[in-house]
Design a binder for this molecule. Structure first.
Ligand code: FAD
Length: 652
């Protein structure tokens, strides 16, 4: 096991090397070599190669012949889309086209390096979304980054492989009256995508229930910070049991370090679009290909999806782009994520369901869009995991703050870490920035000892069972504000809590039918006062963890910094309520906007993910979740894609 803070020995090493001319020249040579290694790491572009068609180059040598017909067209090469296209094209008798609005995630060092994903948030590889002002959260707009690249959000996420509580899926199965979604059956697809890498530090894990041959490598971090270890010990101290495996049949409750991919990110693109898969003659993958709309025909009076229209948006913006059309003989499968599947995205005319004329009649008519099929629930039911960050002064000044260098020494530390990562794939760059977490219930009396609520506060159970959590608590080895866009100028450590089963619902809506308008996204954070109360309890539990003995050597509760949170301990319920309203933000897990549900109960797709009332059109991504999972959603996206691919191949 690796421990921080080796980069902090760097200062002593550098001072020592400066003490004689020979050592100084050694230092200079070492620095140049390190620089070379770091630059190579960041400049080497692992291209997916000419096997992928870049729409910017269509018309030159790699065009998609517009007369081409495909059996299946997958819209959106994200987490679910890459998995689907890869599995569907295993049947060599079927032609598959995968269209992705962004470029390759594998080509980006910021994506490949597990700790660097925050650097993508404000880049061209991200849709720069903001929520509507949050009426129940002090009227603030919230930043909502969504990935725009092959691999989708799996190319930019925190790599936390926790699959949700088994009972979450039992709830899906019961709701749909379809046992294929309940855990005892659906878990097969989690095993199918997973290649579990056993770790001698966790011999208790029952490997017989874990996947062995899937494309997604799942394992434990080889680098664990002191913050993570102190967090685990503090959780145990206040009564949260240690669990060796969040994804075993006993469920998710407890505390541990994350089961995760090792060292280098395993995105959906990296795992499912390997060079061997891309070499398949029956699979075509096009990047920088924005879907502008789904094309429909009438088949015996019924609406049928028959293809898609797409363009290279960058060229379209310069008004010299061509619009392409590809026909789907069998199906169009929309996998553009919980925001873009129901709606439209920026920058460019990206008309998926609503702008294609499928959605709530009154809303479409309001924007002058011809209604092809009135489906009131498209874009509704938006739900996200809301989160709160708490930042504390780091007593030992050994946080990983240098990942966003502010001083010359920080720069040296980053370079040292980059060299170490590059050479051995270890160290702080190989971690996901939040290596330990705890899953708990907000009604656990042990954890709420001493908690003083106010009489009007409400709490109703929104979990899928008494064995399922509604709060996740986790630690990061540095503090930040505003989703990491602002870092502190002192060493900090942070605790975070988020609500796993919120009951507030929002929506994705058209701002206008103008091709270059962003959609409006409104998660309605804290609309239901239950959500507010549960987050306040989460903050309270985090504060207890912060005061536990195991954290004592690491957190400075006597700091005088007004922008840090040592002063929260002892605050009243009303003060914590105000804190939650002020700080609540996304933890990047929107779902349920094309909900799988009976049509009369807010459904957009049925249990086979077919859009109600339209033939040849399915949706497969986080937008279909009937309820948000009480964990991390990427795994459910992989599993749903595996399931759908198998069913389509089996003729369902
Ligand atoms: C910063 C961050 C951290 C996260 N951390 C974790 C974590 O640790 N663990 C976890 O399990 N989950 C995590 N998540 C959430 C998880 O990654 C997502 O829920 C999941 O990846 C969503 O998958 P999807 O298939 O629904 O959509 P996405 O992966 O978002 O894929 C949608 C794809 O469609 C493309 N697209 C959109 N519109 C169009 C169009 N018009 N034409 C063509 N293509 C289009 C997009 O570019 C994108 O590639 C995180 C997410 C983020 C953003």
């Amino acid at each position: 096991m690796d421990h921080f803070p080796s980069p902090y020995r760097l200062e002593q090493l550098i001072s020592f090397l400066r003490t004689s001319p020979r050592r100084r020249s050694l230092l200079a040579t070492g620095t140049l070599a390190a620089l070379y290694i770091v630059l190579r790491h960041f400049w080497t572009r692992k291209q997916t190669g000419k096997l992928v068609t870049d729409l910017s180059e269509v018309g030159t040598q790699f065009g998609i012949d517009p007369r081409d017909e495909f059996d299946y067209i997958v819209v959106g090469g994200g987490t679910s889309g890459c998995a689907l296209a890869s599995r569907l094209s295993e049947d060599t008798s079927k032609r598959v086209l995968l269209l992705e609005a962004g470029g390759s995630g594998r080509a980006l060092a910021l994506s490949r390096t597990p700790s660097a994903y925050g650097g993508l948030f404000m880049s061209n590889h991200c849709f720069p979304l903001y929520s509507e002002p949050q009426v129940f959260a002090n009227g603030k707009k919230k930043f909502w980054p969504r990935a725009k690249m092959l691999g989708g959000c799996s190319s930019m996420n925190a790599s936390m492989a926790q699959y949700g509580a088994p009972e979450d899926y039992d709830e899906w199965g019961a709701f749909m009256k379809d046992e294929s979604w309940s855990w005892k059956n659906f878990r097969r697809y989690f095993n199918k995508f997973e290649k579990y890498v056993p770790d001698p530090r966790y011999p208790e894990v029952d490997t017989s229930v874990r996947g062995k041959h899937g494309p997604i490598r799942v394992g434990y971090f080889n680098f664990i910070t002191n913050s993570a270890k102190a967090f685990i010990d503090s959780c145990i101290e206040i009564g949260i049991p240690f669990t060796p495996d969040f994804n075993g049949p006993r469920g998710t409750m407890g505390v541990m370090t994350y089961v995760d991919q090792k060292r280098e990110r395993v995105s959906s693109e990296a795992a499912y679009l390997t060079p061997k898969v891309l070499a398949r003659k029956n699979l075509k993958v096009a990047i920088h290909a924005h879907i502008t709309r789904v094309l429909f025909d009438r088949d015996d009076g019924e609406l049928r999806a028959v293809g898609v229209e797409y363009a290279n948006t960058d060229l379209m913006l310069k008004q010299k782009g061509t619009v392409y059309r590809s026909r789907a003989r069998k199906e169009v499968i929309v996998s553009a994520g919980a925001i873009h599947s129901p709606h439209a995205s920026h920058p460019g005319r990206i008309d998926i369901l609503m702008l294609s004329g499928i959605g709530p009649r009154a809303h479409l008519e309001e924007h002058g869009i011809p209604v092809l099929h009135d489906l009131p629930s498209v874009g509704t039911n938006l739900v996200d995991h809301p989160s709160i960050d708490l930042n504390f002064k780091d007593k030992r000044n050994e946080s990983t703050r240098f990942l966003r260098p502010q001083t010359f020494m920080d720069g040296c530390r980053l370079m040292f870490a980059a060299v170490r990562y590059r050479l051995g794939f270890s160290g702080p760059l190989a971690m996901n920035l939040g290596e330990a977490a705890a899953f708990v219930r907000s009604d656990d009396p042990k954890l709420l000892a001493g908690y003083k609520s106010v009489s009007e506060s409400v709490w109703t159970d929104s979990t899928s069972s008494l064995n399922s959590p509604d709060l996740e608590l986790f630690v990061t080895n540095f503090g930040f504000l505003d989703l990491g866009r602002t870092w502190f100028d002192v060493h900090t450590r942070a605790l975070h809590c988020y609500l796993l089963r919120p009951t507030s619902r929002g929506e994705v809506r058209l701002k206008s039918n103008h091709p270059f308008d962003l959609p409006t996204v409104n998660p309605n954070y804290l609309k239901d006062s239950n959500d507010l109360e549960k987050l306040v309890r989460g903050v309270y539990i985090c504060l207890r963890i912060a005061r536990a003995r195991a954290f004592e050597p690491y957190l400075d509760h006597d700091s005088s910094r007004a922008d840090l949170d040592q002063g929260l301990i002892g605050k009243t319920h009303a003060e914590l309520v105000e804190l939650v309203r002020e700080r609540v933000q996304t933890v990047y897990h929107p779902s349920s906007t094309c909900r799988m549900a009976p049509e009369g109960e807010g459904g957009v797709v049925d249990a086979r993910l077919r859009v109600y009332g339209v033939k040849g059109l399915r949706v497969c991504d986080a937008s279909i979740f009937p309820w948000i999972v009480s964990g991390h959603p990427a795994a459910a996206c992989f599993a749903a894609a595996e399931k759908l691919a198998e069913e389509i191949k089996g003729g369902m």
